[in-house]
Design a protein around this ligand. Structure first.
Ligand SMILES: [Zn+2]
Length: 324
């Protein structure tokens, strides 16, 4: 229930609760989840708050509420949740939603749909959702969830009320010297004990250095990086799991480049300011956004056991082709 997030997500909690109490619902919310792990639970809690006429916000009140319970179990006709079907959210999924939602509400005077991983909208499904958002119906509320709002069309973002989640805080930083390492670890591992192992493993820091060095070379030499990528890369990253993390680290780096371009603070890569500056001069917002998209697409392929040589060659080629 919504009150569960009073402590962990105080700002989000206030925004959402007020919008219902003051009867000022937006037609569309964009939840920037920022890696917060209970993103879907929170979205569901908000959906219950919107849909159940009793507006229960804590579990004690809602325990015996059949509406809240059915929403939780996914048995409520006025709530629809859309997840990516394979790599993308498909246009057909949205057409189906629009068809279902065009009928009169039976169970509530509101209807809510949640799109999880909204960054997986492809061109045609993004356009179809855009049309839906452009002509909002009085009683329909959209909740889009994404970890990467920069991957969404600006026209979608501008039609939503953006609600930004606070990152999960696993443990406080131990000392300032390792802040970057700590923040990276926080993004990569799930459990607290793994976090300590990560921070205390000296090899991790070395590997991160090398991954950042790889980006700097790639930015400097472009496709020529193919000639020496083996040395830069294959000695550092071996396991599938490591590839996944390495791609994530590259994304975090480029996200901070983007932060600087937007005049925001560096969030994670403070130890690599020099490197960020060197990359900055060769890019603008559009190229960085494209590069982030490429990194995400190529990262997806790791799941499907692609040959790592080919994967890296493809990455180098695609990244080099993006230029200012
Ligand atoms: Zn209820």
């Amino acid at each position: 229930m919504l009150d569960d997030y009073k402590e962990t997500q105080p700002v989000v909690y206030q925004i959402l609760k007020n919008s219902v109490i003051k009867n000022k619902n937006s037609h569309a919310y964009l939840f920037e989840t920022n890696g917060y792990s209970k993103q879907m639970d929170l979205a569901l809690a908000f959906a219950k708050y919107l849909l159940c006429p009793f507006h229960h916000s804590n579990i004690d009140d809602a325990k015996d509420c059949s509406i809240c319970n059915r929403i939780q179990d996914g048995n409520f006709t006025e709530l629809k949740i859309i997840e990516p079907d394979g790599l993308w959210i498909k246009k057909e999924q949205l057409s189906e939603l629009q068809k279902e939602f065009s009928t009169k509400s039976i169970e509530s005077n509101q209807k809510v749909y949640i799109i999880n991983h909204a960054e997986k909208l492809n061109d045609s499904s993004a356009n179809s959702i855009l049309k839906f958002l452009e002509e909002p119906e009085e009683n329909i509320v959209a909740i889009l969830l994404t970890d990467n709002s920069y991957q969404l069309l600006d026209t979608i973002v501008s039609r939503c009320q953006v609600v930004s989640f606070r990152k999960d805080k696993k443990i406080e930083c131990i000392n300032n010297e390792s802040k970057t390492l700590f923040l990276i670890a926080n993004q990569l591992v799930d459990q607290e004990d793994q976090l300590y192992d990560f921070i205390n493993d000296e090899k991790k820091k070395e590997k991160i250095d090398q991954i950042i060095q790889f980006i700097v070379s790639l930015e400097k030499y472009g496709k020529e990086t193919l000639l020496f990528s083996k040395k830069l890369w294959f000695d550092v990253v071996k396991e599938k799991e490591e590839y996944f993390s390495a791609f994530r680290i590259m994304q975090l780096f480029y996200q901070d480049v983007l932060n600087v371009l937007y005049d925001r603070n560096i969030e994670i890569m403070e130890d690599y300011q020099q490197e960020i500056l060197s990359v900055l001069s060769k890019n603008d917002i559009i190229t960085i956004t494209s590069k982030l998209k490429i990194l995400m697409e190529e990262q997806e392929k790791i799941k499907y056991n692609v040959n790592s040589n080919l994967l890296m060659d493809k990455l180098i080629i695609r990244m080099s082709e993006v230029s200012k």
